[in-house]
Structures are given as C-alpha cells and as structure tokens.
Design a protein around this ligand. Structure first.
Ligand SMILES: [Zn+2]
Length: 61
C-alpha cells in the first residue's frame, strides 16, 4: 500500500502512514490522536520552483 505524509493541525506533528485509499480519511495523529490532520503533498522538489502545474501563458491568449 502507498504511504502518505500527514501533518496534524492540532499539535503540528508530521507523520507518515501507510493506508489504503479508503482509509485515508480515517487517519489520526499518532501524537495526540486528533483527526484534525491534513495530507502533505509530496513527490516534488520545492527548491526547483517548477512543481508541475500549468505555466502562465505570456502575451495574453
Ligand atoms: Zn496531533
């Protein structure tokens, strides 16, 4: 199963969990057991600046 990075909004704890797609909404913070967690989108380098997405077109259009 794939792993996902989460961050707890309650205590700010970052953790990685291995869950199925269906259980992603059941993830709780291992530190404070809070369900107030948000998934951290990883897989791209922030330093490079270019992180996929659409590039803004120049000259209108
Ligand atoms: Zn927490």
């Amino acid at each position: 199963m794939p792993s996902y990075d989460y961050k707890c909004k309650n205590c700010g704890q970052k953790f990685c969990v291995i869950v199925s797609i269906e259980d992603r909404e059941k993830v709780t913070c291992p530190e404070c057991k809070s369900k107030n967690v948000t998934q951290i989108i990883t897989g791209c380098s922030i330093n490079t600046g270019s992180c996929g997405g659409s590039t803004p077109s120049k000259g209108g259009g």
